[in-house]
Write a protein that binds this ligand. Structure first.
Ligand SMILES: [Fe+2]
Length: 379
């Protein structure tokens, strides 16, 4: 059974990493202020379990609605609300406590599928919250740096990776009901014929991308330039750019770099072919906060799962036979618009439950805030 208590402990811990006033900041213009997430995690569970599944009486309708859904506006339609438009933290905490008490009293009546939805939704937002919090001023973060320092590589440049051949074959995307819980867009299972191709053994590094920047490309969002040197803006501090770690980029930047190198991004089906049977990286499931060097791992393509999501060239679209979840119609369907691309794998802040091969992530191609990497492929 999915463990709601453990998921709550994971997200509760995140709010303790901030100064309380920081909850009213909006570090990412395209997203809600951080206080939204404090209410959203509980309002979502309440709307799904308390209201939809068990038809319990509402006790705070305005919060049920205010905290119901996140936003993903096009770049020219940013939200304009002010901090004063949001309730006080203590009011939200009172609401949250009541939601938890009420849900816990009926937990054994909750259908297992909905419990999965609640737990995975919460853990997805553990990652959302981390990447939003990443963009706060360091002065708003309360955590001690030494307790959170990630392992650092030698930092030096690596040679370009070898291109590993992947034979032609069938990629199996999605899943069947018998294979257990998945989100609506993971169903049904679909088989795709994939011609032979070659995949880079590791993700594109900061060091490799720097050559592109020196040729005139814009620097990635996670880089900063001080005193004639590049830095990586990590979760807890800026560090001299680690040349051997993967570069975090947008889909547009990844595709442009690949063209510059005369190669391309993998399709979603190619990613499946390359990742089949490969070992996950150690950098996932909340273990570290920032990337580790790309050459960690055994033979074969490294870190297809972990150390940063990987952009694919595939626009997010339903598999033939897709049906939206009746209890959460807006999870996938609004994003089948050709304006979002599929990412596969996992980031340092992706929970272990999302490591199943059918899980699909998606974002706009110019969204620069997420922990998204890429690797090159060639036909
Ligand atoms: Fe949500």
């Amino acid at each position: 059974m999915p463990n709601l208590a453990a998921a709550r402990a994971e997200t509760d811990g995140l709010f303790d990493l901030l100064r309380p006033e920081a909850l009213y900041e909006r570090p990412i213009p395209e997203r809600h202020r951080m206080v939204f997430y404090l209410g959203h995690l509980e309002a979502f569970d309440w709307n799904l379990i308390g209201r939809f599944a068990l038809d319990l009486p509402a006790f705070h309708l305005s919060f049920d609605r205010l905290f119901a859904f996140g936003i993903d506006p096009p770049p020219d339609q940013l939200p304009a609300d002010q901090p004063a438009d949001w309730p006080a933290v203590e009011e939200v905490r009172v609401y949250n406590r009541r939601v938890r008490e009420t849900i816990d009293a009926v937990l054994s009546d909750v259908p297992e599928q909905l419990l999965h939805v609640a737990v995975e939704h919460r853990l997805m937002h553990a990652e959302t919250f981390a990447y939003i919090m990443h963009q706060l001023d360091y002065s708003n973060k309360t955590v001690s740096l030494t307790a959170n320092r990630d392992p650092q590589g030698a930092g030096g440049p690596l040679p370009s990776p070898p291109m590993l051949p992947i034979p032609a074959g069938i990629a199996r995307l999605g899943r069947t009901l018998r294979e257990g819980f998945g989100w609506d867009n993971e169903f049904p299972s679909v088989s795709v014929n994939v011609p032979e191709f070659a995949v880079a053994q590791h993700k594109v590094t900061n060091g490799e991308y720097l050559a592109f920047v020196r040729e005139g490309a814009a620097p990635p969002f996670f880089w900063a330039w001080h005193g004639g040197e590049w830095f990586y803006r990590g979760m807890w501090e800026e560090v001299p750019l680690p040349f051997d770690c993967p570069v975090y980029v947008t889909h547009d930047e990844a595709a442009a770099y690949a063209r510059w190198r005369g190669m391309r991004l993998a399709t979603e089906a190619e990613w499946h072919r390359a990742a089949c049977g490969s070992e996950p990286s150690e950098n996932l499931d909340f273990r570290f906060w920032d990337p580790i060097p790309v050459n960690e791992g055994a033979a074969g393509p490294r870190q297809l799962i972990g150390n940063g999501w990987e952009w694919t060239s595939t626009a997010f679209a339903p598999f033939p036979g897709f049906k939206p979840f009746p209890f959460y119609q807006s999870y996938s369907e609004p994003f089948f618009d050709g304006q979002h691309y599929v990412l596969k794998g996992a980031s340092p802040r992706t929970a272990a439950c999302f490591l199943r091969s059918s899980f699909r992530n998606w974002f706009r191609p110019s969204y620069p805030y997420i922990y998204a990497t890429f690797r090159l492929v060639t036909s």
